[in-house]
Structure formats: structure tokens, C-alpha cells
Design a protein around this ligand. Sequence first.
Ligand code: DAT
Length: 183
Amino acid sequence: MSSDDEQIPQYPPRARPNILITGTPGTGKTTTSELAAMATGLEHINVGQLVKEKSLHDGRDETFDSYILNDDKLCDELEDRMGQGGYIVDFHSCDVFPERWFDLVVVLRADNSVLYDRLVKRGYNETKITENVECEIMQVVLDEAREGYRQEIVVELNSNSIEEMEENVDRVRQWTEDFIRTH
Ligand code: DAT
């Protein structure tokens, strides 16, 4: 065991994996997670929704029309479930979670024009659209994932079309079956 490994508190081995599906808003996390949950039998946790429902925030940021996340409340809420395994966690950020929670981190990517159109359709204000498109151009979430997790568990997948989404869901399904067979 390397000294790096020693610093990460480990759970007992999980029979079923936890998968984080992350990416800039609009890249397809929720749609992909719902389909992947159906394909794998893992349970989907939509963190954005959970934050709203359980008030795991410190109020709203009016400029960006979003909630100010309370990291501690969120991690406390999820800790027990993550210890058990068997979840697909869907969130636009990945640096709030402990590294030990996840066996696979999927970062979805979309081309700027595709993402722009999706966010317009969603009714985001101009500030929020610009911030998110810039975030995607700068690959902020991918860099966050590469900094926060071992590189062999981080996978970057394009999510511009329905075909790509289906391929991505199939990859997650195959990876999950392999994990379960070997754990
Ligand atoms: P996110 O959860 O990342 O914010 P979403 O799953 O809500 O994104 O998707 C945003 C919109 O884009 C929604 O109308 C579905 C559509 N969409 C997502 N991924 C797609 C893809 N790969 N191909 C076509 N449409 C997609």
C-alpha cells in the first residue's frame, strides 16, 4: 500500500459500486443517470433536487439564480448510503464529495453550441448561460474530477446526441456488471 492510499479512509469493500455522473449543467447528467439507473438497477440520486428538498443549502445566490450549497449538510445526508454502495450520484460539481465514495466518475461533455441551446431551452438567464458555457469551455468540471479522484476511475464521455447518450449508458451498464462480478 502506498502512502497516498494510507491517507484515504476506506470503507469495507462494496458489493455494488457508487458512480458519480458529473458535468456542466445541461450536459445530460440527469437524463443519463436515469437511464443508467434503469439499465443497472443502481439507485439514482439527483443531488440538486435533494439539496432543494432537504434544504441542504445556505439560501440563494440571486445573481446566478441558484442555491448556495452547504457541503457539510450534503455529505452528512449521503454518508450512510454511500457506505452501502449501489448509487448513481448526479451533480454538477465533484469537489464536495470524499474521494472514497466513488468507484467510477463519469464526466459528461457537450459542444458549446449544443450546450447553449439546451440552457436557453431550460430558461436560464443570460448570466447563468454564459457562466456555464464558459465553465464547459474551460473544462472546469473535468479538471476538478482529475484533481479529486484517481485518474483510472475518471472517464470523460461526449454527450451531444441521443446515440452518444445510449453508448454512455451502455458503457456504465457494462462497467457496473464487471464491478459486481469481481467484488
Ligand atoms: P443536466 O442534468 O446535466 O443538467 P439534463 O439531463 O437535464 O442535463 O439534459 C438537459 C437537456 O438536454 C434535456 O432536455 C435532455 C437533453 N439532453 C441531454 N443529453 C442529451 C444528449 N446526449 N443528446 C440529446 N439531448 C440530450
